[in-house]
Design a protein around this ligand. Structure first.
Ligand SMILES: C[S@@+](CC[C@H](N)C(=O)[O-])C[C@H]1O[C@@H](n2cnc3c(N)ncnc32)[C@H](O)[C@@H]1O
Length: 265
């Protein structure tokens, strides 16, 4: 990872993106308590990719909860910034600029949320801590970094919530339950900090295996629908001692687990 303060920190990577790809992450952010609490609801979409589509969708979903939310899309590739500006001309509440992990924001403003989706997956695992530290240093004191990965059409998504102190708090796995064969599919899309840790002896491996086991055991209630089956599996995980959070979101095919239960050894 380049570390030159006069130019954006990081390196351009493939710009793959797509309509509705990040809907699961957007909805989770829109409902996050931090968005209700902050005075300045500025949200950064870092590494938005080859088009303005996901920052614009993020803005629309945030505004359903926080009508004064603003999105600043940052991208290390200047051509992508220019294209996004053209695509968003005349739309209020969204702007675009060149920037990297140093998260340049005009004036003295600090973001409440930084979303960095499908950005770090093209870096090395050893780059993650420094990238988190740089991004988190820019947050409001109560702000969060949401860093993760998803598949091309957003049916499998995982992300880590990191606090302004750069300490990770939780891992969320969010899956489209209709036609879901195995939740272990999430292992292919874990954030960079965890994807190489899906091996015996690591906590995240045990979590994904437990999730898969309980989903299989809950097959008996499958006739009541996949959401019922997922909730049954979630109750079993909680009963087994996994520290699950935000249980009200289980119905969406989500599970959020405290970081210390999955962090690398
Ligand atoms: C695969 S695309 C992801 C696009 C979008 N976030 C999504 O998930 O659909 C990754 C983008 O991140 C950009 N990128 C990589 N490193 C970056 C950095 N340090 N700062 C800003 N953008 C970066 C790349 O140029 C690329 O356009």
């Amino acid at each position: 990872m380049a570390d030159v303060t006069s130019s954006p920190v990081g390196r351009p990577t493939r710009g793959t993106t797509g309509t509705n790809r990040l809907r699961r992450i957007d909805r989770w952010i829109a409902r996050h308590p931090v968005l209700r609490r902050v005075e300045d609801p500025l949200v950064i979409d870092l590494g938005f990719g080859a088009s303005a589509v996901t920052p614009l969708e993020l803005l629309a979903r945030l505004r359903s909860q926080r009508p004064d939310a603003e999105v600043l899309g940052l991208e290390i590739d200047p051509e992508r910034v220019a294209r996004a500006r053209e695509q968003s001309a005349g739309i209020e509440g969204v702007s675009f600029a060149r920037g990297g992990f140093e998260v340049p924001v005009p004036g003295a403003r600090r973001p409440a949320v930084i979303r960095a989706l499908n950005v770090l997956r093209q870096y090395d695992e050893s780059d993650v801590a420094a990238a988190w530290a740089l991004m988190c240093a820019r947050l409001q004191p109560d702000g969060i970094l949401v860093e993760g990965t998803c598949d091309e059409i957003g049916r499998v998504a995982t992300w880590i919530e990191v606090g302004a102190d750069a300490v990770p708090r939780s891992l969320t796995i969010s899956l489209r339950l209709a036609e879901l064969d195995s939740p272990a599919i999430a292992a292919e899309r874990l954030p960079k900090a965890l994807i190489h840790r899906n091996v015996a002896g690591e906590r995240v491996h045990e979590f994904v295996a437990s999730l898969d086991r309980e989903w299989t055991r809950a097959a008996a209630v499958a006739p009541f629908g996949p959401a019922h089956r997922w909730r049954t599996a979630m109750h079993a995980l909680a009963d087994a001692g996994w520290p699950l959070r935000r249980r009200e979101r289980w119905r969406l095919g989500e599970v959020e687990v405290a970081w210390d239960a999955v962090e690398p050894r």
